[in-house]
Design a protein around this ligand. Sequence first.
Ligand SMILES: O=C(CO)[C@@H](O)[C@H](O)COP(=O)(O)O
Ligand SMILES: [Fe+2]
Length: 221
Amino acid sequence: MSHEIIIAPSILASDFSRLGDEIKAVDQAGADWIHLDVMDGHFVPNLTFGPPIIKALRNTTDKIFDAHLMVSNPDVLLADYAAAGANYVTVHAEACDHLDRTLSHIRELGCKAGVALNPHTPAAVIQHVMDRLDLVLVMTVNPGFGGQVFIPAMVEKIATINDMIDGRDIIIEVDGGITAETAGAVVRAGAQVLVAGSAIFKGDNQASYSGNIARIRDAVR
Ligand SMILES: O=C(CO)[C@@H](O)[C@H](O)COP(=O)(O)O
Ligand SMILES: [Fe+2]
């Protein structure tokens, strides 16, 4: 299993009037994946976009599309996310009554299956689905908004999940408040995919997405 660090800019922090150009810009700036925050105004108190926009953006880059579904009933549109070109489809454990069924369905659609955990959700809820998982997304802020402050207590949870993985081919993603300052601790605990919105699109050097991505990469090298 490769432990190369994957940087996934969250386009939630980008200029929504120029989404396609923003994706091309971070692609050229060294992004590994593109993180797509889908919010339904119910599971989280914010609204973003869904399959039609993801489909429209699919032709702007060949990079992995990492769809983070912050929605109450993800099952109804799973096929649409797959058809839109999402490579990873991650659902929230808190939103799924039948998590194992939902994850199996995502894989049947040809996508990689992910589970996201809110900060207050214990790692143990994924114990029974470890055999049908490709990715665990540890939320390091409460979902719904970009630009929040990293919750340090999540580092221990990442380490717990890393132990639970126990050699399986499952990667740990972290999302929320990830910067060059917080990246080291999460990577040491076992995180491999670093989602960053504000630190890349609204970082110290807004003119240089490549500089902002490089700062995070250098911090964990
Ligand atoms: O899922 C979410 C928020 O709910 C994230 O993907 C944010 O977009 C991360 O933004 P920053 O904390 O990096 O600004
Ligand atoms: Fe996200």
